[in-house]
Design a protein around this ligand. Structure first.
Ligand code: PMP
Ligand code: GLN
Length: 389
């Protein structure tokens, strides 16, 4: 057989020349290679509800195994509308304003693709979740990073205001915030409103950790504010809420005119997602306790993690939401956070995420991110290993 001469193929320029493999894959792979406890990539190591598994099996046995509607199963969209009303005092229209997606990742990509064009500027707050920048770049958009204040990762609104230009199309927000655990408060939404009100700037609000807010604080969804939701695409994910990150089911809520554009992309990106899960979630969401219990559940995890970590030399930073907590190692090492995280995985047998990867210029404050969505035994074992490091 004659081998094809691959040198003759002229390769197109990479559309994402600066993108490598996502840090979540890199660290999970390294953790597996080293037999390390994986506190890096964010996913629970405990099972999801048996009832939910049973509901999915039942949907499959009942024959719900063909394409779901492109917009998502109506019964699920109705439950999402009901949950939104219960939580934020506003029920979006399930027909025109809610779309079920393949996880939040698809929703974020489709939202950016729907509204960002070549030359458009998108303000992102750094550290920022790693899927935002590539989505912007692939549309020919220009990311304009604004750093969260390093002391407490609060939003520097004067800096955001200064970053808004004639070309600003979108601001991307994420609360509760990955990786820092910071949350937006009522004052933040007031500041945002003042900045965007006289502009055509749209907002993409990544609220996948909406039900993981601690200390009696409330999640401030953009859907709870009439002015802001009129210009926003709000994204969430059942992966976080129901301990099912592998089911990749999320959704996007946006006004009808934005949803129309969103669905134009979604229908050709994935068309629809896994049907049996949509039937199961439509049923499971009828019981609000399933998500209302979540803050207590994860607050106990945060407490367990905090207690165990006292035996280690790390300095924990506050976590107000999400299932992540940052830890400073500035007093322990001069290494970059990437080198330190790799060494920690290899030598201590505990994997974490270096936070510099969430900055376009790799700003390194020598902090790493731990995920505490783990069984108590896992947390104890990890802390024990870290205390010997
Ligand atoms: N946004 C943020 C802030 C996340 O942490 C994640 C990760 N899980 C996602 C989006 C993606 O969610 P999904 O797994 O539902 O695609
Ligand atoms: N959101 C998860 C995290 O921050 C990872 C998601 C992924 O691996 N794509 O760890």
């Amino acid at each position: 057989m004659v081998e094809p001469d691959l040198r003759r193929i002229e390769r197109p320029a990479s559309k994402l020349p600066n993108v490598g493999t996502t840090i979540f894959t890199v660290m999970s792979r390294l953790a597996a290679e080293c037999g390390a406890i994986n506190l890096a990539q964010g996913f629970p190591d405990f099972p999801c509800s048996e009832e939910l598994v049973e509901l999915v099996s039942r949907a499959m046995r009942a024959g719900h195994n063909q394409y779901a509607p492109m917009e998502g199963l109506m019964a699920l969209r109705e439950q999402i509308a009901g949950k939104t009303e219960r939580c934020y005092g506003h029920a979006p229209d399930p027909v025109t304003e809610i779309t079920v997606t393949c996880g939040a990742t698809e929703a974020l990509f489709a939202a950016v693709a729907a509204v960002v064009g070549p030359g458009d500027e998108v303000i992102v707050l750094e550290p920022s979740y790693d899927s935002y920048l590539p989505a912007i770049e692939l549309q020919g958009g220009k990311a304009v990073p604004v750093a969260l204040r390093p002391a407490d990762y609060s939003v520097d609104w004067p800096e955001v205001k200064a970053a808004v230009s004639e070309r600003t199309r979108l601001i991307i927000l994420n609360s509760p915030h990955n990786p820092t655990g910071a949350i937006l408060r009522a004052e933040d939404l007031a500041e945002l409103k003042a900045i965007v009100s006289a502009t055509n700037v749209l907002v993409l609000s990544d609220e996948v950790y909406e039900h993981l807010v601690f200390d009696g604080e409330q999640h401030r969804s953009l859907l709870g504010d009439a002015d802001l939701r009129a210009r926003s695409l709000v994204v969430s994910s059942f992966g976080k809420t129901f301990h099912t990150t592998g089911w990749k089911t999320g959704y996007c809520v946006a006004p009808a005119w934005l949803t129309t554009e969103f669905r134009k992309v979604h229908q050709f990106l994935t068309f629809s997602n896994f049907t049996p899960v949509q039937y199961a979630l439509a049923e499971y969401l009828k019981e609000p306790a399933h998500y209302q219990n979540l803050p207590d559940f994860y607050q106990a995890k945060r407490r367990a993690f905090g207690e165990c970590m006292k035996a280690t030399p790390f300095r924990l930073l506050p976590s107000y939401g999400t299932y992540f907590q940052l830890a400073s190692f500035d007093h322990l090492s001069n290494e970059s956070d990437v080198d330190f995280a790799v060494r920690l995985t290899r030598e201590a047998g505990v994997a974490a995420i270096p936070v510099s990867v969430f900055y376009r210029d790799h700003t390194d404050h020598r902090v790493i991110r731990f995920c505490f969505a783990k069984r108590d035994e896992t947390i104890e074992k990890a802390a024990e290993r870290l205390s010997r490091f």
